[in-house]
Design a protein around this ligand. Structure first.
Ligand SMILES: Nc1nc2c(ncn2[C@@H]2O[C@H](COP(=O)(O)OP(=O)(O)OP(=O)(O)O)[C@@H](O)[C@H]2O)c(=O)[nH]1
Ligand SMILES: [Mg+2]
Length: 448
């Protein structure tokens, strides 16, 4: 693929730092080197040079030249490490842009070129995107693992087993000898079980990963004084909201991003909802309900001492209109008798009983929130990362899961295995025309 334009970008975060890296990729790289360094550069060696424009030294820099196709993009590339101030790198970029066919890169364009020049698969490109955008350590590690191609290797393994099993089924269709049949059926059955387990394992991993790469929203709603701000502070492990014995402490929506067992989550602490003539509180209530509508999950908190009363029911009714993913939580169980607690658990097992103050069932709460988020993220409008793969693997699983292994069904088994393999291949094959490339690469930052 021949790109006319040579793309330029700053590859380190904007702002002041010790160093900035300017990346250039395209056919004009040699001209950039000739014009500003006035000498040829050896490939892949760090060279200490003056970046000169019309005999004036703009900065002393380290430059590395990569000869095509041995570069990130597969094109001629140059990396210039200059001093870190924004004025310096802007000066250098301004000089380079004076040359013909040189322009600033669009977001993700370096990686897009790498993909188009067969330097990496789409899965790898997506993993790099996920790595750059990772908000938590767990997300970065998951992206790195994906980049290492482990999933692809595992899928090739499954693909192999399915192929082997298909050959076995065909053999059984052609020969009829009782001994061969019994042994053959046993083996086919065991292979199918292995594949089912493996596909399911990879699927679960992808779904967990999806949670890591999207920042989910969790709204906390309830009457005043039920412990919403205490919960927010507990989960974020910070003093995000004011906690007070007085009802009506939180007036506005307070939001904070944190890592919930590795998944990036933004929590929205809201004003306690009650009938009031106070205009500020009224506005707070409206805002609270709006947040519930925007969130992936709403945590509805009530005071276990009071139980769910008429006011709670009214709020729940409103929340249900805005959101379908609600976790009902009874807080302050440290203040109630054991009998009363047993009653709540018996009468409504769906309610989670906690005490923020005494740290009772708080780990269970975290896991429950994550489970609800997984559901909501699964149903949410698909992001870029791995959605297609999840769809194909789900279909591959369905095909194989419906198989009844017995001798009279051999033709159906052959057909189902073939279909299942088709979906696995779709994940392994990178020539997926349906992907809207620009949609994927626009999620990158400029400079990658
Ligand atoms: N005993 C006990 N007290 C709690 C618990 N959780 C919160 N509290 C107390 O309940 C009071 C109210 O807590 P907040 O977190 O401010 O409640 P809120 O729902 O944010 O209240 P508003 O902002 O007024 O709507 C504080 O005094 C907390 O210390 C708990 O599990 N047990
Ligand atoms: Mg509060």
């Amino acid at each position: 693929m021949n790109n006319i334009d040579t793309i330029i970008s700053i590859a380190t975060p904007m702002g002041t730092g010790a160093l900035s890296v300017i990346r250039c990729s395209g056919t004009r790289v040699s001209e950039i080197i000739d014009t500003f360094f006035k000498k040829k550069l050896p490939a892949r060696q760090a060279c200490y040079l003056n970046f000169k424009s019309e005999e004036r030294v703009v900065d002393d820099v380290i430059a590395v030249y990569y000869v095509a196709p041995k570069s990130y993009t597969g094109e001629e590339m140059l990396e210039i490490m200059c001093h870190g101030g924004p004025v310096i790198y802007q000066l250098i970029i301004k000089e380079i842009l004076k040359l013909n066919d040189c322009r600033i890169a669009k977001a993700g364009e370096f990686t897009e070129r790498a993909f188009l020049n067969n330097k990496m698969s789409l899965t790898e490109a997506e993993s790099i995107c996920a790595l750059i955008n990772a908000k938590t350590e767990a997300a970065a590690l998951a992206a790195r693992e994906s980049l290492s191609g482990k999933m692809t290797k595992d899928l090739f393994q499954i693909d192999n087993v399915i192929l082997k099993t298909r050959v076995q089924v065909e053999a059984l269709l052609d020969f009829s000898d009782e001994d061969i049949e019994t042994e053959g059926i046993k083996e086919i059955s065991s292979h199918i079980e292995d594949c089912k387990k493996e596909i399911l394992r990879i699927l679960e991993k992808l779904e967990t990963n999806k949670l890591l790469f999207e920042t989910s929203k969790v709204a906390v709603i309830g009457k005043p004084n039920t412990g919403k701000s205490s919960l927010t502070n507990y989960l974020t492990d910070e003093e995000v909201s004011i906690v007070n014995t007085k009802a009506g402490t939180t007036r506005d929506v307070v939001s904070k991003m944190f890592s919930l067992n590795g998944a990036p989550v933004t929590i929205l602490d809201t004003a306690g909802i009650r009938e009031t003539n106070d205009l500020i509180e009224k506005e707070g209530k409206e805002k609270a309900l709006k947040q519930a509508a925007l969130a992936n999950i709403t945590l509805f908190l009530y005071d276990a001492r009071v139980g769910i009363d008429q006011e709670d029911l009214e709020i729940l009714k409103n929340v249900k209109q805005a959101s379908s993913n609600i976790l009902v939580i009874a807080n302050k169980i440290d203040l109630i008798e054991k009998d009363k607690l047993d009653n709540i658990i018996k009468n409504d097992p769906g309610i989670l009983c906690i005490s923020i103050k005494e740290n009772i069932n708080m780990d269970i709460l975290k896991v429950k929130i994550l489970d609800c988020l997984k559901l909501s993220v699964r149903n949410s409008s698909p992001g870029v990362y791995n959605i297609k793969n999840i769809e194909h693997l789900n279909k591959a699983y369905q095909e194989i899961n419906d198989i009844q292994v017995n001798l009279n069904e051999l033709e159906v088994i052959a057909e189902r295995l073939k279909n299942s393999q088709k979906h696995i291949s779709a994940v392994l094959d990178n020539d997926d025309e349906e992907r809207v490339l620009s949609g994927i690469f626009s999620n990158f930052c400029i400079g990658k």
